[in-house]
Design a binder for this molecule. Structure first.
Ligand code: HEC
Length: 149
């Protein structure tokens, strides 16, 4: 039933948004989050994903604004060391929900803002949206973020 609904949505929506036409890219952030994280990866898969995700983090330019430690070192965005614990605390300590929130935030930070919106330190900077990242790359990117301490 759910699959049929998704198929119907995909058919109706085909062509209505640019990103819907790119293979592996899902326009709706919530659907993208569910596709990227139908489950929590096993520890072996998580390690492989984190390696791929590290490259995506560089390739997408995340590191131009974010440090991957707890130290901000003058960058334009909040440091991402320990981000998984912080997001978990905000998402009912549910590891699946927390991962899905990260996907939605990365795709559309204006619609799914993080904890630092309006902080004086980041007032001048807006995190850019990433609507064209394929779901499997988002899975890898978030598993990389999950390893940051
Ligand atoms: C132009 C600078 C910039 C770039 C590039 C950028 N960000 Fe951000 N990011 C920010 C700012 C500013 C915030 C704080 C506003 C907010 O929380 O929504 C933020 C917030 C976040 C948060 C939430 C932090 C929290 O504690 O709630 C995460 C996670 C994040 N970014 C990940 C990423 C990832 C992954 C990428 C690459 C795909 C990226 N960012 C690219 C500037 C940037």
């Amino acid at each position: 039933m759910a699959r049929a609904a998704i198929l119907l949505f995909a058919l109706l929506c085909a062509g209505c948004m640019d990103s819907a036409n790119v293979p592996g890219v899902t326009a709706d952030p919530e659907q993208s989050a569910a596709n990227a994280f139908p489950d929590i990866p096993s520890s072996t898969e998580a390690m492989q994903l984190a390696e791929t995700g590290r490259k995506a983090f560089r390739g997408l330019g995340c590191e131009s604004c974010h440090s991957i430690t707890a130290d901000r070192s003058g960058l334009m965005g909040p440091p991402l060391g320990g981000i998984s614990d912080r997001v978990l605390a905000r998402q009912d300590n549910d590891p699946l929900k927390a991962r899905r929130w990260l996907v939605m935030h990365i795709k559309d930070p204006a619609k799914y803002p993080g904890a630092h919106v309006g902080d004086d330190a980041y007032r001048g900077t807006h995190m850019p949206p990433n609507p064209r990242v394929p779901d499997h790359d988002l899975r890898a990117l978030v598993e990389f973020l999950w390893t940051l301490r």
